[in-house]
Design a protein around this ligand. Structure first.
Ligand code: GLY
Length: 324
């Protein structure tokens, strides 16, 4: 123990349901790594959150595929899973990749095998509510790219056959909640940082699509020496720009949090035009090694949650930096 230090946990707004679990661990002197995993697990359990874990929106074929990553700032060890099916706690499987395998990223059947070998319960992650939204969404999708019948009929006609990526493009136009993901960052009393991200990804995505959430450096990065950052929003942008790593690299070079986050979001400009419906937004949360934090977005009106010493509950606040 190196003496009393302030602790903090910061999450995307949908992390609110996991704040008490994360805080309880930090408050009693537990590790940042345990705190971020515990916070994310609560969100993965929340069937009403259709962007993460159980109840998440499925891919184009109606299968829920989860992506998650976790990083330990004290060692820069990291673990991640992609396109994991049948197990709700993707973050715990990601942690097992970090702690039990000589790898960083395991996907698909391999990730499910690891979950099974860990003794996790296999289950159907697609709830009736999410399935209805998926079917209704596909039925409402534009049909101007040719072909007969509703998109859902066309999707079902090609299951098991060579897939037509144009269907994924059309279906994504009906996305009901673009870009949802959960981020948790924490600083513990030992001065260690950890970061965790979990998502069911882009609803109606092409099967096997990975966003930024399982990609260390893109959606998640953490280093005790400088800080931690994680992203929600359009992963195709942050994947190309390595946004989380860019924030931490900015801190390493002496930038302040507003400078580092501002530069990382500004760097996304020009990658793609914003799309109708707002898919083109990206959100960030970041902490520096002293426990200062910042939440930023490319869009007005988004929120996050946070709690530090002296607060009796988590607070929901607007993201203070907007780089539109
Ligand atoms: N940021 C989450 C995703 O793009 O899948």
């Amino acid at each position: 123990m190196t003496g009393w230090r302030p602790v903090i946990v910061v999450a995307s707004a949908n992390g609110e349901v996991g704040m008490d679990a994360a805080w309880a661990i930090l408050e009693r002197g537990g590790s940042a790594l345990d705190a971020v995993e515990a916070g994310v697990r609560e969100v993965e359990d929340n069937a009403e959150d259709h962007t993460v874990g159980y109840g998440g929106y499925p891919n184009l074929l109606g299968e829920v595929e989860l992506d998650a990553s976790i990083m330990d700032g004290s060692t820069r060890a990291a673990g991640a899973v992609g396109a994991l099916r049948g197990y709700r706690h993707a973050i715990s499987v990601a942690r097992a990749v970090m702690e039990r395998l000589p790898h960083v990223l395991v996907v698909g059947d391999g990730a499910a095998r690891l979950a099974s070998e860990l003794g996790l319960a296999r289950e159907e992650l697609l709830t009736a509510k999410a399935r209805d939204t998926w079917r209704n969404g596909l039925d409402r999708s534009p049909s101007d790219a040719g072909g007969d019948g509703s998109l859902v009929e066309r999707v079902q006609s090609v299951i098991g056959d060579i897939f037509d990526p144009e269907l994924a493009r059309q279906a994504s136009g009906t996305h009901p909640a673009p870009g949802g993901t959960v981020n948790f960052l924490a600083l513990d009393r030992e001065g260690h940082l950890a970061s965790a991200v979990s998502t069911s990804g882009w609803a109606w995505k092409f099967p096997g699509r990975l966003g930024d959430s399982p990609l260390i450096g893109a959606g998640n990065y953490c280093d005790d020496r400088y800080g931690a950052a994680a992203c929600t929003g359009w992963g195709e942008l942050t994947t190309r720009a390595c946004t989380a790593r860019m924030v931490v690299a900015g801190l390493a070079s002496g930038q302040t949090l507003p400078e580092a986050c501002g530069a990382a979001l500004a760097d996304l400009k020009g990658l793609e035009p914003g799309e109708p419906g707002g898919r083109g937004y990206v959100n960030l949360v970041a902490i520096d090694r002293s426990g200062r934090h910042l939440a930023a977005s490319t869009k007005e009106g988004t929120e996050y949650v946070w709690r530090s010493d002296g607060m009796d509950r988590a607070e929901r606040s607007p993201r203070s930096l907007v780089v539109a």
